[in-house]
Design a protein around this ligand. Structure first.
Ligand SMILES: [Zn+2]
Length: 312
């Protein structure tokens, strides 16, 4: 399995769409696509999407609601697909009732819609999150206006005219191994039994591999030996790109940093027993943390981690 295939298994990474990035600057073409009979509009409201109540399928409108913010996502099965951001709660409630739908947050939706639909919804929410956080120019403070089908911001102050492209925050996440054990940590605000892989944001002037070494040292005081890239995952909470790694530790000595309430090694047998007894809780199956642990578990046992978690 190569990296492309590995990433495609991660939730929000299987978005099958032709983004048509070369067309975005042509406002006339975007307008024509929006007016096309086969155009469809995905509805987003407060980081939630509208799913049909009965079968949790993604609901699409043939026309955008009035006074809504749209973003051109691209061609999906040759159909122009736009995302619509609804501002008013009353309009969101009216549309949900009219379409027999319900508003569902992205994490919940990822567990019910298809992988392709989850990727599309995550894509739309990521763009709207960025738009929401860049309504004003970061250079002069003037209001920004949207260009390129919602994928570019332009400062309205002619003396500034700064262009802003979507911001993505790279973050590393790693499964740390030593012999048949893995290191998992717990943050202070998590439930007592929940542990996960270590993660952190990349700093300016730092390679992603340096960030892996630094974060693991800061959080657990563990020196890493080898670092291997595993896969990536868009994580629009609100705008991250998770870069997953498998790493090995030089030793099992732990020196807990300020960011974690606990960190400990789980040997394979203990890991399996604790998971089955409910003494250990992992991150949601849609997370790259779960994918990293799942691959390690499958390599050692030939069994699927998802089956064990489902039994609890
Ligand atoms: Zn400006």
């Amino acid at each position: 399995m190569d990296h492309y295939q590995r990433s495609a298994r991660n939730a929000f990474s299987a978005c099958i769409i032709d983004r048509q990035t070369e067309m975005r600057a042509d406002a006339g073409s975007i307008s024509a696509l929006a007016a096309a009979a086969d155009a469809r509009f995905l509805l987003i409201h407060e980081r939630c999407c509208l799913l049909r109540k009965t079968d949790h399928a993604m609901l699409l409108l043939p026309q955008p609601p009035a006074d809504s913010t749209t973003c051109y996502l691209g061609l999906r099965q040759q159909q122009p697909l736009f995302a619509v951001q609804l501002q008013q709660a009353s309009e969101a409630a009216r549309l949900a009732a009219a379409m027999a739908g319900q508003w569902v947050d992205l994490r919940t939706a990822a567990g019910t819609v298809s992988a392709d639909e989850a990727g599309i919804i995550a894509y739309a929410i990521a763009v709207f999150n960025w738009q929401q956080r860049h309504r004003f120019c970061g250079s002069c403070g003037s209001p920004n206006t949207q260009l390129d089908g919602g994928h570019r911001m332009h400062c309205s102050n002619p003396a500034c005219a700064q262009i802003t492209f979507p911001r993505i925050d790279p973050a590393m996440i790693t499964l740390i191994e030593h012999d048949d054990a893995i290191l998992l940590g717990r943050q202070e605000n998590w439930p007592q039994r929940r542990y996960s892989t270590l993660a952190g944001f990349v700093e300016p002037g730092e390679s992603i591999e340096d960030a892996v070494r630094r974060e693991v040292m800061e959080e657990a005081g563990v020196v890493l030996d080898t670092i291997h890239y595993h896969s990536s995952q868009p994580w629009p909470f609100p705008g991250s790109l998770m870069l997953g790694f498998r790493t090995t530790a030089s030793s099992t000595q732990i020196r807990l940093g300020a960011e974690l309430a606990d960190a400990r090694w789980w040997h394979l047998h203990e890991f399996e027993q604790s998971l089955q007894s409910g003494q250990l809780l992992l991150s949601i199956p849609q997370s790259i943390a779960f994918a990293l642990i799942s691959d390690w578990y499958h390599e050692h046992t030939g069994r699927n981690l998802g089956d064990i978690v489902a039994e609890i």
